[in-house]
Write a protein that binds this ligand. Structure first.
Ligand code: B3K
Ligand code: ZN
Length: 864
């Protein structure tokens, strides 16, 4: 059944008050709900509540138990009949959290109860209007055995606790903020808890708790610190304060995605919460910090202001990702954060936008909303907010954000409400900006120069175009905010004039299919960068020649541009090699020379250089060529790495001659230097066997998980006995630590030479289980997404390996199978042999698939 945006209608009744009573037990949890109904639609006398996999025990209306003459029951709903203007309804159901392998609704993880309700999990807890526009005030009583479940949590403030007899205890929670069901949460179990407190700007004291598996408290302090920094940042930057007297975060091992922003009770995948230097990499730390912030920021962008319907998902997700990106930029390095985020966007969102699953940030129809938690909704959604900020200017954007929060507080809003908060100057300008939410596909902006040596005028001739996407052929131009700066042939900044005003950097909006932007004051042909800072999610195609690009990558004052142009040059060189045309590509020695210059800059930042000198991954390269051949691209990448490694040998020696950065430090300098060392190792690993000793040495010297993983990664490419030795040592040391073992599993699944054989063996390992999403992703997700050479093997073996797993996984956890299958989305870009294998594999999975989730993704992938 397809749900359409235009079909939205408000529910016939409101449920202003909800009381829930949980009597927890693994196989038969009893849930009693008491709902206050208030008629909204005058003609209504019935209400259809959502419910799935529930055992209905009883229904009472206005105090009287009623029979089936007063309700209709189906597999997915309970319709109450003959209702008046108001009604008090009491419903009792039983559910079995222990058998819940889909991890939606109430389930058990590691012997603890927890919930996941977004998007439609609450209907597996009890019958309710399980939709985001039904806001209700919740009072929740939770009762469980004292032994084994000492900690009881739900949303809001704890108002009562006590003994319930027979070895059981209870707690009552009141959440004063009306909320939709998807923000409901409940937790019960034995945890190690750490506590802290925070005082809001207006003086409210908030008790903070982070609850983790027993024995793991030491790994929870970083998250607690990140939480406090997030709370402060949201006050400073967006004037948003927290609004309850308690805030809790709980980590669970079995979780379908990263984390969840339930009101006052965030639940996290433990992989995104637990971190210490021994067991987590710098990248893990940054992810924990980002996700803690993200979920906390939802308290305003998502919870206080929620969604009218799921089509508006981007309203909370895109905006909140934008907010967490800004937070990370302020906490760490702004240019590095931008590079990191754009790399992610290009790696995942651009291909999505270019393939059969393309959809606008605000889709207009869906079958399963779970399938729309996509990179387009999240990451492009964040980029669109960034576009708005650029179009409006920092002050206009800030003022609009305050208006948005004030005008919509306590409501279920739409993207139109969001746009209405900003002053675009005209209705046309607002409509044009709104198109970013409505159109799918990545626009391409081309830039060609016309230079007049006599007058010193240069005109940038710009065009923008978008390819048709499934279901959307007509595309209107979008407002693209540009930051344009020029260099001369020696790399000096040229302050050219536009409309009479000279500037080092011009901020202009390009909002038509074609435009001519004229600048004066350029004696020679200038070298423009038009998308400094990357403030619009577009592809750029310029007429710069190789010499000009070399100047730009070495001298543009914008670090993003230097990084980007350097990456482009290296990619062109690698692709030319893969196609057997090395001569046609840019010369590697000149690229290496330009990159070497980064080490001598006054503003040298090791973390930046680590990224600048690291050539694109094979996955990234696959997208940049129309004849993708993973093995050839890998060989070209290895050659490029060897050249760079040799050219930068002096710089490497200098770095390794210095004392290693403090293993526990998370300062930018320390993180940056570790990243730089890791890149050097990555470059050197391309030398193969002869680098084995160096890499194994690095593995043994490693003072923290970042260094261990960098060395193990290098070894995974070299293969042979050094890799086996390291793996065995790693396993012996970490076999009892699930999060660390996930790394061990994925490192092998990503091994480029023999990943497929390894995966076949790994899934026989006693620690492997498809039931745990982290472990399933560590093996199959890593293989399908991060081992392009083996996944796209020409004989179809990689596709078949994943297909077999998907069939098995779908019966256990459709949310996870429907996500891993997305690695097939680029199948039509490959040669006919690979296409045939991919198609056969997908058809085989489709025939066996049980879930709508998986079927929807495959059908679109095959059809689009
Ligand atoms: N809102 C959740 C994601 C829920 C996914 C449901 N399929 C996490 C987040 O984006 O913050
Ligand atoms: Zn989110």
């Amino acid at each position: 059944m397809t749900i359409q945006l235009i079909d939205y209608t408000a529910p016939a009744y409101d449920i202003p008050e909800t009381h829930l009573d949980f009597s927890l037990s693994p196989d038969a949890t009893r849930v009693t709900s008491r709902l206050k109904l208030e008629r909204r639609d005058l003609s209504a006398d019935r209400i259809t509540l959502d419910g799935e996999k529930l055992q209905l025990e009883s229904v009472a209306i206005d105090g009287e138990i009623v029979g089936p003459d007063r309700y209709e029951l189906t597999d997915t709903s309970l319709t109450l009949l003959g209702l008046g203007e108001t009604a008090e309804v009491e419903i009792t159901v039983t559910i079995a959290p222990q058998g819940n392998t889909e991890l939606m609704g109430l389930y058990m993880s590691g012997g603890r109860y927890c919930t996941q309700c977004e998007a439609e999990g609450f209907r597996r807890i009890t019958y309710f209007l399980d939709r985001p526009d039904c806001l209700s005030r919740f009072t929740v009583r939770v009762e469980a055995e004292k032994d084994g479940f000492p900690t009881l949590l739900s949303n809001g403030d704890t108002v009562e606790t006590g003994d319930a007899g027979e070895g059981r205890h209870y707690a009552v929670f009141v959440d004063p903020h009306p909320k939709p069901t998807y923000l409901f949460a409940l937790v019960a179990g034995a945890f190690d808890s750490i506590f802290d407190d925070f005082t809001t700007a207006s003086g409210q004291a908030v008790k903070l708790g982070v609850h983790v598996d027993p024995g793991q408290a030491g790994r929870a302090y970083f998250a607690m610190d990140a939480l406090k920094r997030s709370m402060k940042w949201d006050e400073d930057v967006f004037q948003r304060e927290y609004d309850l007297s308690e805030f809790h975060i709980v980590a669970v091992r079995d979780f379908n995605f990263g984390a969840m922003e339930n009101k006052g009770l965030n639940i996290f995948n433990s992989s995104l919460l637990l971190a210490d230097a021994e067991t987590a990499t710098d990248a893990d730390f940054m992810n924990v910090e980002r996700v803690v912030a993200h979920e906390y920021f939802h308290n305003w962008s998502g919870n206080r202001i929620t969604l009218r319907d799921w089509f508006q998902l981007c309203l909370k997700e895109g905006l909140t990702v934008y907010r967490d990106q800004e937070f990370s930029s302020d906490m760490r390095s702004r240019p590095l954060q931008r590079i990191h985020d754009v790399q992610g966007l290009r790696a995942i969102q651009f291909p999505e936008d270019d393939g059969p699953l393309a959809h606008p940030p605000r889709p207009t129809e869906y079958e399963t909303i779970d399938n729309f938690y996509t990179s387009t909704v999240y990451n492009k959604g964040a980029e669109v907010v960034r576009v708005l900020r650029e179009l409006l200017g920092a002050d206009g954007f800030a003022a609009g954000m305050q208006r948005y929060f004030t005008d919509n507080d306590g409501t279920a809003a739409t993207l139109e409400d969001f746009m209405a908060a900003f002053d675009f100057g005209s209705a046309e300008a607002r409509e044009a900006a709104f198109r970013w939410y409505q159109q799918a596909g990545t626009p391409t902006v081309t830039m060609r120069r016309e230079h007049n040596a006599e007058t010193g005028d240069v005109t940038l001739v710009l065009t923008q175009s978008q390819k048709p996407t499934p279901g959307q052929t007509d595309k209107a131009p979008l407002p693209v905010p540009l930051r344009i700066g020029f260099l001369d042939a020696e790399g000096r900044t040229l302050p050219l004039s536009h409309n009479g005003a000279a500037s080092d950097e011009h901020h202009l909006t390009f909002d038509t299919a074609e435009a001519r932007l004229s600048f004066s004051g350029a004696a020679g042909m200038p070298i423009p960068a038009i998308l400094r800072g990357f403030n619009a999610p577009v592809k750029v195609d310029t007429d710069l020649n190789q010499e000009e690009k070399l100047v730009q990558m070495a001298h543009d004052p914008d670090p993003f541009t230097r990084w980007d142009t350097g990456q482009l040059m290296m990619a062109e060189a690698m692709i030319a090699r893969a196609e057997g045309q090395a001569q046609a590509g840019p010369p590697l020695d000149r690229i290496a020379q330009a990159l070497a210059g980064e080490f001598d800059r006054d503003d040298f930042e090791p973390g930046f250089v680590a990224r600048a000198i690291r050539p694109a991954s094979v996955s990234e390269l696959l997208q940049q060529t129309d004849t993708p051949d993973p093995a050839a691209l890998f060989a070209a990448q290895l050659e490029t790495r060897r050249t760079l490694s040799a050219a930068l040998a002096g710089q490497r020696k200098t770095e390794f001659a210095r004392p290693a950065p403090d293993a526990d430090s998370l300062e930018n300098e320390a993180i940056g230097r570790r990243a730089l060392r890791s890149t050097f190792l990555f470059l050197a690993a391309a030398e193969g066997e002869s680098a084995a000793e160096l890499a194994l040495d690095a593995f043994h010297q490693a003072g923290n998980m970042t260094d261990s993983m960098a060395a193990l990664r290098a070894l995974s490419e070299i293969g042979g006995s050094a890799f086996e030795t390291a793996l065995a040592e790693f396993e012996a040391r970490w076999k009892d630590d699930a999060l660390v073992m996930d790394k061990w599993f994925s490192m092998q699944a990503m091994a480029p030479h023999d990943g497929a054989e390894r995966v076949r063996k790994l899934v026989q390992h006693p620690l492997f289980s498809l039931k745990n999403p982290n472990r399933a992703r560590a093996v199959y997700g890593a293989f399908a997404n991060a081992n392009p050479v083996c996944f796209h093997a020409e004989d179809g073996s990689g596709y078949n390996l994943v297909a077999d797993a998907l069939i098995e996984l779908d019966a256990i956890n459709p949310g996870t199978s429907a996500r891993i299958v997305r690695s097939f989305e680029t199948w039509k870009r490959f040669d006919t042999t690979r296409q045939a294998h991919a198609k056969a594999a997908l058809e085989r999975v489709l025939a066996a698939a049980k879930s709508t989730n998986l079927k929807e993704v495959i059908t679109k992938t095959l059809g689009g």
